[in-house]
Design a protein around this ligand. Structure first.
Ligand SMILES: [Ca+2]
Ligand SMILES: [Ca+2]
Ligand SMILES: [Ca+2]
Length: 238
């Protein structure tokens, strides 16, 4: 059993199946290869209405797909590659997977262009939600956090630097909330946390990193507390 457990964690995708009296059964549901180093290394796990989405690599040899978006319903037959976003052995390296109203939002990279993606399980589609930084340059969306009916994150459109963005899962509803530091310098918001009617986060940029909050509007985004008036408080992990 110890051998099986170690093998599972290093080489296979495993799920814990619930059983009465708080006991669990560890079961192998997917086996990509016969050697212990031939694992798919699932990461970035995210539950969307009972389906587990994750990033994994089936290898980089001819016929493999690299690190791409996978899904599992807890069965072997229901565990498979969702889409080879970066075609062939190159990796799209899906990251920051979050669920929003039954859909999956994440970032992926093709070439050097990491952008915001949407997977719709109902339609079976996986595509760029918005090319935040138009063209081949990367918008680099990151720190995606679902709060209510929106996902908050940071990104750059190439003009305003890394600033606060949000999306409702539509292209039209994906927008920069506020250019906190006017112009090309980014305020680099992180650590989004919903509380009451607001989203609290660490923002303000590298020279004045403090506790901010937003109600999702430009006018409603402001410094909440200047904890260290002479420097960075670095307020985080709310
Ligand atoms: Ca690929
Ligand atoms: Ca782009
Ligand atoms: Ca800016």
């Amino acid at each position: 059993m110890r051998h099986l457990t170690a093998f599972c964690f290093t080489s296979l995708l495993c799920l814990l199946h619930g059983a009465p009296a708080a006991s669990f059964r560890l079961e192998m549901i997917y086996d990509h290869g016969s050697t212990i180093n031939d694992g798919i290394s699932p990461d970035n796990l995210c539950d969307v209405n009972g389906t587990l989405y994750f990033s994994a690599s089936d290898g980089t040899s001819a016929g493999d797909h690299g690190d791409e978006l996978w899904r599992s319903n807890g069965t072997s037959v229901g565990t498979y590659l969702v889409k080879d976003i970066s075609p062939g052995t190159s990796s799209s390296s899906p990251n920051d997977l979050v669920a929003l109203n039954g859909k999956l939002i994440f970032s992926a990279v093709v070439g050097t262009d990491r952008e915001l993606y949407l997977h719709d399980p109902t339609l079976g589609t996986t595509s760029v939600l918005l090319d935040i930084r138009p063209g081949a340059s990367a918008g680099n969306p990151a720190n995606m956090t679902t709060i209510g009916n929106a996902v908050y994150f940071r990104a750059t459109d190439g003009t305003y630097g890394q600033e606060l963005w949000k999306t409702d899962g539509t292209a039209a509803g994906t927008l920069m909330v506020k250019d906190v530091i006017p112009g090309a310098t980014g305020s680099d918001p992180t650590h989004f946390y919903g509380y009451g009617s607001y989203v609290y986060f660490l923002g303000g940029g590298s020279s004045n990193s403090e506790m901010w909050r937003t109600d999702g509007t430009t006018a409603g985004t402001a410094l909440f507390k200047d904890i260290n008036p002479t420097g960075n408080s670095g307020a985080s992990y709310f």
